[in-house]
Design a binder for this molecule. Structure first.
Ligand SMILES: Cc1cc2nc3c(=O)[nH]c(=O)nc-3n(C[C@H](O)[C@H](O)[C@H](O)COP(=O)(O)OP(=O)(O)OC[C@H]3O[C@@H](n4cnc5c(N)ncnc54)[C@H](O)[C@@H]3O)c2cc1C
Length: 272
């Protein structure tokens, strides 16, 4: 069955695709993160949607545009997590849900995956859950696989191309050695890499819509989930070691002289 037929079947059965994008709010990529008094701080740098999660939203929107359906953005966090959710809404997500509860502070990726999978189950009938490949602040890159394990769904990671085929999905995985094409039955978890395509800029209308949108908050009791306990304990946060860099300017009266002096240096240091 090709993609168009599948979409038609979905529409005939009145079961549109249900897509979820998991988004985290992180400091801007230009932020300088430092450790002060044992805590990570990024000063006044703005918070943004985790840049990898823009690809997750983009992939979900493209699949919706080709096949119909809905895209729901979800996030686990405090009030600041609304920033990522509003960005997803401004890009075109249909709705957003924040999962927030004081008992969730200090969760590790396994705990976050536990909450995300409970939310995906509460939404019900989800066909695909999209994740970024990693969060740019904590960088564990494990949340998608852990969520897939908890849901009992296939985990398709580092995906660059997605095609729906019948009741399953074919994807291309971007791995160091090349491309791997794999298929799995729906429902499934997918984490995205950049090759999926440049995320769209939110339109003016999208930003206006997002600014007015009501984002419901689910507490743990509304989720029907007990508070997960972190299984990984962070013992210390340390600043990156300061690297001593010595710069030497290679000079000469013309480009040839400079190139020869540079080549001599490189050979002298046995770099080649
Ligand atoms: C012991 C411990 C204590 C911690 N305490 C805190 C704390 O107090 N405050 C704090 O902010 N962080 C805390 N963290 C870090 C936080 O829990 C992690 O950010 C979270 O576990 C996800 O891991 P990651 O950021 O490495 O995500 P990755 O696994 O790198 O993320 C991959 C993808 O998963 C999805 N994703 C990740 N996190 C979320 C989320 N919250 N909501 C929706 N989707 C998500 C996104 O699609 C993302 O692209 C703590 C971690 C540990 C281990």
């Amino acid at each position: 069955m090709n993609l168009a037929q599948r979409a038609k079947n979905y529409k005939d059965k009145e079961v549109p695709l249900k897509l979820v994008a998991c988004v985290k709010t992180t400091p801007d990529t230009t932020a300088t993160v430092k450790v002060e008094n044992g805590k990570a701080t990024w000063g006044d740098a703005p918070l943004v949607i985790n840049p990898w999660d823009e690809y997750a939203v983009e992939a979900a929107l493209r699949l919706k545009e080709a096949n119909g359906g809905t895209v729901t953005a979800i996030s686990v966090g405090g009030e600041e997590a609304r920033i990522g959710l509003k960005h997803a809404l401004a890009m075109g997500a249909d709705e957003a849900v924040l999962i927030s509860d004081p008992a969730l502070a200090g969760l590790d990726p396994q705990g976050i995956a536990h909450i995300l999978s409970a939310a995906i189950q509460k939404l019900g009938g989800v066909d695909l859950a999209f994740f970024g490949r990693q969060a740019i602040d904590d960088d564990s890159g494990t949340t998608p696989s852990q969520a897939a394990r908890l849901l009992g769904w296939p985990a398709l990671t580092l995906v660059s191309v997605i095609k729906l085929e019948g009741t399953g999905v074919h994807v291309e995985r971007a791995i160091e050695e090349g491309r791997q094409i794999v298929s799995a039955k729906l429902p499934a978890v997918i984490s995205l890499v950049k090759d999926i395509g440049e995320p769209r800029y939110p339109s003016f209308m999208g930003i206006r819509r997002a600014s007015k949108a009501e984002i419901p908050t689910w507490s743990l009791s509304q989720l029907g989930s007990p508070a997960p306990v972190a299984s990984v304990e962070t013992l210390a946060l340390l600043n990156a070691p300061v690297r001593e860099v010595v710069c030497e300017l290679v000079t000469g009266s013309n480009p040839q002289e400079i190139a020869e002096a540079l080549a001599e240096k490189i050979l002298g240091e046995k770099l080649l």
